[in-house]
Design a protein around this ligand. Structure first.
Ligand code: CTP
Ligand code: MG
Length: 236
């Protein structure tokens, strides 16, 4: 069913989906790999589109697949599809450039986090609405973390109590994200890293285990098992 985006919503969501999925192994671009018979990107966009604050969704697709992605997403929601770049950061920049005037909150959300609950989209947006310039979903680190040398010997044990694993969607006041991208030099793996370099405070909100990033074959197998337990689109 096609979700109606809220024309009075204050949020635009950028979905970088142009990666090759090298770590997942052969089988085409990761965003188009199947989970429960449907591409990861379709799962991710359906959950985002059900968030009541969302007015605009821009997907950065693999350049060779933009038309296929438009056709895939048309029945799900009114989504703008642009060609992604050679790095995640370039894909996010291409999507950001396509956001029309209006939404003042921008969320950046990996297509690879296919089972991210709609409620997490709303809670990150709410943190920006309440006055934060940037907000990210995080989980505590459960494993003991060691620092090691290049040849694999332990240097020491890191105090994990101050560490957090970071997810998406990451939220930003629009001008803050635009300024950080304009000033970016080295590619980073997330957008909060860019705004941190600008000296902007980044707030943390509780993440969700369902927002796991599907990276390796094990993660895809895990997501298959989680599919029926994960909150459906529109659920918290
Ligand atoms: N991404 C993108 N453009 C790129 C690289 C990555 O839009 N040039 C997107 C991916 O499609 C994914 C998100 O950024 O939704 C997070 O990246 P990652 O999990 O690393 O995905 P891939 O780059 O596809 O995987 P890999 O690094 O294993 O190739
Ligand atoms: Mg990658």
């Amino acid at each position: 069913m096609t979700a109606q985006l809220n024309p009075r919503g204050d949020v635009a969501v950028l979905v970088p989906a142009a990666g090759a999925g090298v770590r997942l192994g052969p089988g085409g671009p990761k965003a188009l790999r199947l989970l429960g018979g449907e591409p990861l990107l379709a799962h991710a966009v359906r959950r985002v589109a059900a968030a009541p604050s969302v007015r605009v969704i821009v997907v950065a697709a693999p350049p060779a697949d933009t038309q296929a992605v438009r056709e895939l997403l048309a029945p799900i929601a009114a989504v703008t599809v642009v060609s992604g770049g050679a790095s995640r950061q370039e894909s996010v920049a291409a999507a950001l450039a396509a956001v029309p005037d209006g939404p003042e909150i921008i969320l950046v959300h990996d297509a690879a986090r296919a089972l991210t609950p709609t409620g997490l989209v709303e809670s990150v947006a709410a943190a920006i609405r309440s006055g934060e310039d940037a907000a990210i979903p995080v989980l505590p680190v459960v494993d003991t973390i060691k620092e090691v040398t290049a040849d694999g010997a332990v240097l020491g044990t890191v105090d994990r109590s101050a560490l957090r694993a970071v997810q998406t969607p990451q939220g930003f006041r629009r001008a803050v994200l635009a300024a950080a991208h304009a000033a970016a030099v080295d590619p980073l793996t997330d957008d909060a890293g860019l705004v941190e370099k600008q000296g902007v405070r980044v707030a943390c909100v509780p993440g969700s285990e369902y927002a796991l990033k599907i990276t390796r074959p094990f993660d895809l197998a895990l997501a298959e098992h989680l599919l029926h337990a994960a909150p459906a689109a529109g659920q918290p």
